[in-house]
Ligand binder design. Structure first.
Ligand SMILES: C[S@@+](CC[C@H](N)C(=O)[O-])C[C@H]1O[C@@H](n2cnc3c(N)ncnc32)[C@H](O)[C@@H]1O
Length: 538
């Protein structure tokens, strides 16, 4: 990574913004991709640097081979050659050789260490192997091997020297990166503004006329809150009753097209994810398929038409089946959501971060002030915490691969589909998606319901819900039976917050807290948890 020591975060961000804007004019320039990658790296985003370094590698291949973007890549390389040498070159072979000699080493010198820093050791080792074959004399490669082995030993908790006996296939590939509202992300609304609340409430009115979205105060769940000391609060959104709601009354019915399925497609409706086989005979949905690809199935004409109008044309024939290790199924479901978001965005011609299913949902970003927190030039992530799961496969390779199959130009469309955009989508999905397991206990379907996911959690919820294609909420007729100090009645009073539940509320307190802590970011401190935990300790 080229070190820049004296400039400030602000200056670097300004420089980055210029480079990002320049990508529109220079989408195929290998040199531009590498400068951009360096700019990301120098701001503490090795994951984003790896994304552009990988595109630089792809462009070097495009220059050399008769691929889809051969002409554009060669033309851009020729332009870079002219700028570098002062005169153009008529000989394409010479340009290709020049591009390879000048840029191939640089691309690997960014990509490999960045992937090691991000914990994608399997992918880093793969690129290291390729680099060693193409550039056997490159001295830096030996230091990357050392860095990789060091991380591998840490992961395996071993001092063994003989790492050669471990197959690269068994190297870990998943690490974590900054989970951040990127300073250049101008798509994220101020969720507390009256304008945003109005938009959310217009949508809420459609699916739940007696509910409204409001700003809520929630406890920050950390070490102190779990000890019951010094609980601090933060502003977030929540869902509240606009009028009194009786026990048993249905209050929300929402259907979403932002769904993902990890099984063969004929098990579930591709649009709403209802099971196509488990309903009783008289409820059996009429299964329809897409007439074009015959690869996806729908439970009804309505779902078929919604899919064709909103996302399927961009994904038609783009098979997303892949061999999945059992431990990676949950991650693959998030990738399915990402693919669906790209399909929705392409078909509707909107930016993926502006989709109505995506724009207003919670991303669980770190929320730290970067000017205070960023320590540039110290650690690869600028000392900002890393809480977003990352792998080269999920956050870079697979999205680009799917986009290519969707006939999206991954170079010219970087402003719509880039690593930082994939990361932002993953951050939002990980903060809001619901999943369901199959009979074998493996996650099978997942979905983001943009209104449902605004509801906060309590282990003593006042609503119950059912998710079967559509999500339905109703006011509980019976509240959880625990020895509470303050007796309450079922139903919701006007102005009361609606609390859903993110875990199985029949479990004992410790197990509940463990289950929900992933979704909540810490141990639940709802009144029931606090009371039951106290009882347990006594
Ligand atoms: C699906 S979102 C719920 C809606 C969210 N409050 C918003 O502003 O969009 C889940 C997030 O809400 C917060 N949350 C929900 N219930 C909570 C609770 N009982 N205590 C603390 N935080 C909670 C956590 O930050 C969690 O990651």
């Amino acid at each position: 990574m080229v070190p820049i020591s004296s400039d400030t975060l602000h200056e670097r961000l300004e420089g980055l913004a210029k480079l990002q804007a320049g990508t529109l004019d220079n989408p195929y320039s290998i040199k531009h991709r590498l400068v951009l990658a360096n700019a990301y790296g120098n701001l503490g985003y090795p994951d984003l640097a790896a994304g552009d370094a990988y595109k630089a590698l792809l462009l070097i291949d495009e220059c050399a081979e008769e691929g889809e973007f051969h002409v554009e890549a060669l033309e851009a390389a020729n332009k870079d050659y002219r700028e570098e040498k002062g005169s153009p070159c008529e000989d394409a072979v010479q340009v290709v050789l020049w591009a390879q000699s000048v840029w191939l080493g640089s691309a690997y010198e960014i990509l490999i260490p960045c992937l090691i820093q991000c914990g994608s050791l399997r992918s880093a080792a793969g690129f290291l192997k390729r680099a060693s074959r193409s550039l056997p004399d490159k001295a830096t490669l030996a230091s990357y091997r050392e860095a990789l082995n060091l991380k591998l030993r840490l992961h395996l908790n071993s001092q063994e020297d003989d790492l050669d006996s471990i197959s690269i296939e068994d190297y870990p590939d998943k690490g974590s990166v900054r989970r951040e509202l990127y300073p250049w992300n101008h798509h994220e609304p101020d969720r507390f503004s009256s304008e945003a609340l109005q938009i959310l409430n217009d949508e809420m009115e459609r699916v739940a006329p007696k509910l409204e979205v409001r700003v809520a105060e929630l406890p920050i769940l950390n070490e102190a809150s779990s000890q019951g000391t010094d609980v601090a609060y933060v502003k977030q959104l929540g869902v509240f009753a606009k009028e009194d709601i009786s026990p048993g009354e249905e209050i929300l019915t929402e259907k979403s097209l932002l769904t993902g399925i990890s099984r063969l497609h004929d098990f579930y409706c591709d649009a709403c994810s209802i099971s196509l086989s488990s309903t009783s005979d008289d409820q059996q949905p009429t299964t329809l398929s897409c007439e074009e690809c015959e690869e996806v199935f729908f439970c009804s004409q309505e779902c078929h038409d919604l899919a064709q109008d909103n996302y399927h044309p961009s994904l038609c024939g783009v098979v997303t089946e892949q061999k999945v290790r059992a431990s990676e199924v949950a991650d693959v479901l998030y990738t399915r959501l990402l693919v669906r978001a790209m399909g929705l965005a392409e078909t509707q011609g909107v930016h993926p971060l502006d989709l109505k299913e995506v724009r207003y949902i919670w991303g669980d970003y770190h929320g730290l002030d970067l000017t205070e927190r960023c320590k540039l030039d110290s650690d690869p992530f600028a000392s900002v915490p890393q809480t977003l799961p990352f792998s080269f496969e999920a956050n870079i390779l697979r999205p680009l691969h799917i986009l290519e199959k969707m006939d999206v130009n991954i170079y010219e469309q970087s402003h719509r589909y880039d690593t930082w955009i994939f990361n932002t989508l993953y951050a939002k999905f990980r903060g809001t998606a619901s999943g369901r397991q199959g009979l074998d206990g493996r996650p099978e379907i997942c979905a983001v319901h943009p209104m449902w996911c605004l509801a906060n959690h309590s282990c003593d919820p006042n609503v119950a819900w059912e998710w079967n294609g559509t999500i339905r909420f109703w006011a509980r007729e019976q509240l959880v039976d625990y020895e509470r100090q303050v007796p309450r009645r079922p139903g919701l009073k006007k102005g009361e917050e609606m609390f859903s539940h993110y875990c199985d509320i029949r479990l004992p307190v410790q197990e509940r807290r463990e289950w929900a802590s992933g979704a909540l970011g810490g141990l639940c401190v709802c009144p029931r948890c606090v009371w039951e935990d106290d009882q347990r300790k006594d």
